[in-house]
Design a protein around this ligand. Structure first.
Ligand SMILES: [Zn+2]
Length: 270
């Protein structure tokens, strides 16, 4: 599933080819994404210039002169630029054709993604209640400490809650908790301010490192398969249940928290 770093990498890859370009036509071959692609998307977007490409949480906001295309990659979606006229493959559901001779092609085998239209995207129901972006000053350990008081839920699902902070998926929650030395099962309300300050720093560090690594895949956004994939990072805990801890050698444990696999070191994380 594309996580925040993959979505940010997609934004950086496609933005230079979209910003300032005029849309000549929108072709929708299959409207059946997570929500139906609006029937009038072609009428709304054609003839408009794309002004900016932004990201909010895992939503891409393709801002035209009037209105915004909100796109989400779902479980298996990707966006890439291809030459106009390139025949579509099986799961290539939407093309946004540009006057530049390129088109933005949306591919999504599992069709859990989204292509929606909004005049006021930040107040769209999908975006309205989202917490702060993790890599901004609006998110810090003090926020985690304050919001967690009185909460008995485990700290891992707490930091994965989009109302607390957006974009902390399972990989990054697992790795940040390992780096901060915090047991993912510990009740959120019982963790000290000092430990939350450390945890917030580690969340920012693991996400920033993944985005930085994503930069090496930018060339793939024209012509290639457009899949930034999962960034090859050094993973200390995620996906390593049953293997020895890279720090202390203890066997890593694998538990379910909030229906998600959660790997941790019983010695390094308390
Ligand atoms: Zn360990």
């Amino acid at each position: 599933m594309p996580e925040l770093p993959e979505v940010e990498t997609t934004r950086r890859g496609i933005a230079p080819h979209l910003e300032g370009q005029r849309v000549s036509r929108v072709v929708v071959r299959d409207r059946r994404l997570r929500w139906p692609v609006p029937e009038d998307l072609d009428v709304r977007l054609s003839g408009q210039r794309i002004v900016t490409v932004e990201r909010r949480a895992k939503y891409l906001l393709i801002n035209a002169e009037v209105g915004t295309l909100i796109s989400h990659l779902g479980m298996s979606g990707n966006l890439r630029l291809v030459e106009l006229g390139l025949p579509p493959g099986k799961h290539e559901h939407v093309d946004i054709e540009l006057e530049s001779g390129l088109m933005l092609r949306y591919t999504d085998p599992r069709r859990f993604g989204a292509m929606l239209w909004s005049q006021d995207p930040l107040n769209h129901e999908l975006l309205l209640r989202l917490g702060p972006e993790p890599l901004t000053d609006l998110f810090d350990g003090e926020r985690l400490f304050q919001l967690s008081r009185g909460r008995s839920m485990a700290v891992k699902p707490f930091i994965m809650d989009n109302a607390v902070v957006v974009g902390v998926g399972n990989i990054y929650a697992t790795e940040a908790l390992f780096a901060a030395g915090i047991d993912p099962r510990r009740p959120a309300g019982g963790i000290s301010r000092a430990r939350y300050l450390k945890l917030a720093i580690e969340i920012k560090r693991v996400l920033a490192a993944a985005i930085e690594q994503g930069g090496t895949t930018l060339r793939d956004f024209i012509g290639g398969d457009g899949q930034p994939g999962y960034f090859q990072q050094t993973l200390f805990a995620y996906g390593r249940g049953g293997q020895p801890c890279k720090v202390c050698g203890t066997e890593l444990r694998d538990v379910k928290l909030g229906q998600r696999a959660s790997v941790f070191c019983p010695r390094c994380q308390r």
